[in-house]
Design a protein around this ligand. Structure first.
Ligand SMILES: Cc1cc2nc3c(=O)[nH]c(=O)nc-3n(C[C@H](O)[C@H](O)[C@H](O)COP(=O)(O)O)c2cc1C
Length: 274
C-alpha cells in the first residue's frame, strides 16, 4: 500500500505539504505537478500526520490517516492566551484528595489527551498503568517507604537524611507522604532505548496534569515513587513492566479536597539573552 495518496480533484499543488513535511520526503517539481514521495524515502516517514493536517483542501491522505479521520481544528474552542496562562499559573500540586474515585470514563479521557503529547520522532511509546483504589496506591507507597528505609544510610547528605527520615517516621505514624492517600496513581513508562523516554513521559504527564486541572481534578508528581520504581525489587515485580521498559514518571490523581485562592510567587526566570 502506498504511503500516501493525493486527491487530485482537491489538490491545488500549492506545495504546502512538501514544505511542511519534517522529514522532507514529499517532493513537488512545480506548481503544475502533484506532490509525490521522494524515491525510496518511505522509511523516513515518522507518521506525524502534518501533511494531512496542514492541507487546507483535505487533499492529502497518509495510509491509515485520511482527512476525514482527523478532526478539524476549531479556532473558537482554542483558549485565549490569558485563559491558558491563567490555567498554567493557577495549577497547583494537590496533596489532599477526596475519597471519591475518578470514573474510568474520565480517567480514559485524560489519557486520551495525554497520548497526543509530543514525543521524540513521534514514537508515541508512552504507555500507562493506572492504579485505582486508595488501598492499592497505598500498598505501592509502603513499598517506597521500605525502599527509603533501606536507602537511609546512603542518603546523599544530612538534609536529605532528615527529609527521608521525616517521611518514614510519618508513614510509621500512619501518614502517607509518598502518594498522599490519593485514590489513583498514574504511571508512565517507555522503552529505555528510545532517544528521549524520560522527556516523552514527562511531557505526556504534564499534558495529563494540565487537562486534569481544567477538568476540576487534582494531581501531584509522585517523585519518591518514581525514584524507587526502577530500583526496588518488590516494586519492580509489582509493576511488572514489559522487558526493556522503564518507569519515567507518575502522578497521584483525585478530586482536590480544597481549592487554592492565590498564585504563589516563583523565582524570576534566569535568562542569558545572547
Ligand atoms: C519531578 C517532580 C517530582 C515531584 N515529586 C513530588 C513528590 O514526590 N511528592 C510531592 O508531594 N510533590 C512532588 N512534586 C511537586 C513539587 O513539590 C511541586 O511541583 C512544587 O513544590 C511546586 O508546587 P506547584 O506544583 O503547586 O507549583 C514533584 C514535582 C516534580 C516536577
Amino acid at each position: 500500500m502506498a504511503l500516501f495518496s493525493i486527491d487530485r480533484d482537491k489538490c491545488r499543488s500549492d506545495g504546502i505539504c512538501a514544505a511542511q513535511c519534517p522529514a522532507q520526503i514529499i517532493v513537488q517539481a512545480d506548481r503544475q505537478s502533484f506532490p509525490s514521495l521522494l524515491n525510496g524515502a518511505e522509511e523516513f516517514c515518522i507518521r506525524c500526520g502534518h501533511c494531512v493536517a496542514v492541507c487546507p483542501h483535505g487533499a492529502f491522505s497518509l495510509s491509515g490517516m485520511t482527512p476525514d479521520e482527523c478532526p478539524p481544528v476549531d479556532p473558537g474552542l482554542l483558549p485565549g492566551a490569558d485563559a491558558l496562562k491563567h490555567l498554567l499559573l493557577a495549577r497547583r500540586s494537590i496533596r489532599r484528595y477526596k475519597k471519591t474515585p475518578v470514573s474510568r470514563k474520565v480517567l480514559a479521557e485524560l489519557l486520551d489527551v495525554a497520548r497526543c503529547a509530543p514525543t521524540g520522532s513521534n514514537k508515541q511509546q508512552v504507555h500507562w498503568i493506572v492504579y485505582s483504589q486508595q488501598e492499592k496506591v497505598r500498598r505501592l507507597a509502603g513499598m517506597v517507604v521500605d525502599f527509603m528505609k533501606i536507602m537511609l544510610p546512603a542518603a546523599a547528605d544530612e538534609a536529605a537524611l532528615r527529609r527521608f527520615r521525616r517521611i518514614v517516621d510519618a508513614w510509621d505514624e500512619g501518614q502517607d507522604r509518598i502518594t498522599r492517600d490519593a485514590p489513583h496513581l498514574i504511571i508512565a513508562h517507555s522503552p529505555s532505548d528510545l532517544s528521549f523516554p524520560a522527556a516523552d513521559c514527562a511531557i505526556a504527564l504534564t499534558y495529563l496534569e494540565l487537562y486534569a486541572c481544567a477538568r476540576g481534578l487534582g494531581t501531584c508528581w509522585a517523585g519518591y515513587f518514581t525514584a524507587a520504581a526502577n530500583l526496588h525489587e518488590p516494586l519492580i515485580r509489582e509493576l511488572n513492566l514489559p522487558a526493556g521498559r522503564q518507569c519515567c514518571g507518575a502522578v497521584m490523581l483525585g478530586y482536590p479536597l480544597c481549592r487554592y485562592y492565590r498564585i504563589p510567587a516563583r523565582n524570576e526566570a534566569q535568562i542569558h539573552w545572547r
